[in-house]
Design a protein around this ligand. Structure first.
Ligand code: MF3
Ligand code: CO
Length: 248
């Protein structure tokens, strides 16, 4: 379980998360029609290293890159490729992890490229708002189920679906720690949240049905029905009734 209390440890996780946000910000500025997903990965990897961080995802369970880049109907864990070119109207999910001074930070954004369909724009906006509502529920004394409940009710009220087979997670000395943080759930259920707990809250929201499958490459997760999907993630720390958004 990722629980920090020592000042030194809190500072370390803040630093890793600051680097993750820096990478996401620079990648968002870099992404435009014509760039390849391999170029997005290379830039992200270079910034991580320049900041003295190790890419958390590279070689994690054999994942071959520093940044996950997932386009349109790809939900998460897209593998960057020199053959994959971003085009006008795409939604591009970028997921970055940084490891430095013994702690990981993890966050993701979904970038809208050029002229976006109204449905894609609404999907991305609902995904961010659902993440923010999940974070707002991540307060001391609440339960894990309160987070998922906040995410799920908002997403479904807007006519979209949350992916069930992939979840957010505790984070800290390891990228994935207990507890799991589902993007669905019942209020008042699950582990109680205590101060210093580090969580990666990361709704994956599909425009169509919630079902997913994994491609032949063993990593890329896509929607089963081919509908588009968006992803937004922040690493947070439980601090009383005001969660600290470390990757803000
Ligand atoms: N944010 C994703 C997660 O928490 C990134 C993991 S990609 C992997 O699962 F390659 F590291 F698995
Ligand atoms: Co994560």
């Amino acid at each position: 379980m990722g629980i920090v209390s020592l000042k030194r440890d809190v500072e370390a996780v803040r630093e890793s998360c600051r680097i993750v946000r820096k990478v996401l910000t620079e990648l968002a500025q870099f992404i435009r029609p014509g760039v390849t997903t391999a170029e997005i990965n290379a830039l992200g990897r270079d910034i991580l290293r320049a900041e003295g961080a190790v890419p958390s995802f590279l070689n994690y369970n054999g994942y071959p890159a520093a940044v996950c880049v997932s386009l349109n109907c790809e939900v998460v864990h897209g593998i960057p490729s020199a053959e994959r070119v971003v085009k006008d109207g795409d939604i591009v999910s970028i997921d970055v992890g940084a490891y430095k001074n013994g702690y990981h930070g993890d966050a993701a954004d979904t970038i809208m490229v050029g002229s976006i369909s109204p449905e894609a724009r609404r999907l991305v906006e609902v995904t961010y708002e659902s993440r923010n509502r999940g974070i707002a529920a991540a307060v001391q004394g609440n339960c894990i189920g309160d987070i998922g409940h906040a995410v799920q009710t908002y997403v479904e009220a807007n006519g979209f679906t949350v992916v069930h087979q992939l979840v957010g997670h505790g984070i800290g000395k390891k990228l994935h720690e207990r507890p799991q943080v589902p993007n669905y759930g019942k209020a008042g259920r699950g582990m109680k949240l205590s101060n210093g707990l580090l969580l990666a809250i990361e709704p994956m929201v599909n425009a169509g049905a919630a079902g997913i499958r994994v491609l032949q490459d063993g990593w890329t997760v896509v929607t089963e029905d081919g509908s588009i999907s968006a992803h937004a993630e922040n690493t947070i720390m439980i601090v009383g009734s005001n969660p600290e958004v470390l990757t803000a």
